[in-house]
Design a protein around this ligand. Sequence first.
Ligand code: GDP
Ligand code: MG
Length: 288
Amino acid sequence: MKAGFVNIFGKPNAGKSTLLNALMGEKLAIVSSKVQTTRHRIKGILSTANYQIIFSDTPGIIDPKYKLHQKMMQAVKSALEDADLALLLVDVRDDRQEVDGIFTALRLKVPAFVLINKTDKVTPEKVAEATAFFADKKYAKKVLLISALKGLGIPDLLKEIIAFLPEGEPFYAEDEISDLPEKFFVAELVRGRLYSLFEDEIPYQTTVIVPEFKQKSTLVKIRAEIVVQRESQKAIILGEGGKMIKQIGSSARIEIEKFLEQKVFLELFVKVRANWRENDLYLKEYGY
Ligand code: GDP
Ligand code: MG
């Protein structure tokens, strides 16, 4: 039996969520072409009779411009310390020098594979160039070629990951895996609705929290709060006569029911809390 922790790192849009989904074979993280959808570490646990892999998808590595971003950088760094293996994901079309700079700056203490992703998007020559560039980097135990979206190289990657895992008993029991942070996924599903319904500014300046998640006999009662910074944003999210929030609520409920595979009663609220990005207290409260 092998068991261990694997963290996925990479710039925004490198394909971390897509890779996690490909590895898990399930829609666990929300995939968006926009950056910063994944603010938290998402854990996916792949468990079989022979191995258990605990995956984390970290927030994108970005400039610590806001306090929020600094927290995210800290989260990335601390994630490094408790993994058996890091997967450093690169979009094959990325600026290689820049990516190398980021990976070097992380000063990895754990072994790492460099995964060259989106190989379906470029010629084999371009793939070979990227492979050669990363092959001799100190942090790269291996360089592997994948297409997370098309599922290319994923079985091979899985084999290599398992080879690197320590021998040991599973960390999580089967029944624990099934009720992992459901609140978090519910919040992400609501956030996903915001991404699909609104332009850039609204989703970026918004967070979703789930203060209540109660299992009743025939359904789950969930209270979710969309937290915005300004009254004007609240008005946009509510929409005329509450039309918008109703639409968010009913589409989110359908998604959540699919995810939880049971009936859901969803209460959705919009709250204004000015400058939550800059305020440590709020950051703590919302779990960053
Ligand atoms: P993250 O920000 O690192 O989590 O990146 P995402 O997983 O959200 O992916 C960003 C975008 O790249 C999405 O539109 C994905 O569909 C796309 N993408 C990810 N992997 C691949 C791939 O292997 N090939 C192609 N063509 N697109 C990909
Ligand atoms: Mg992501």
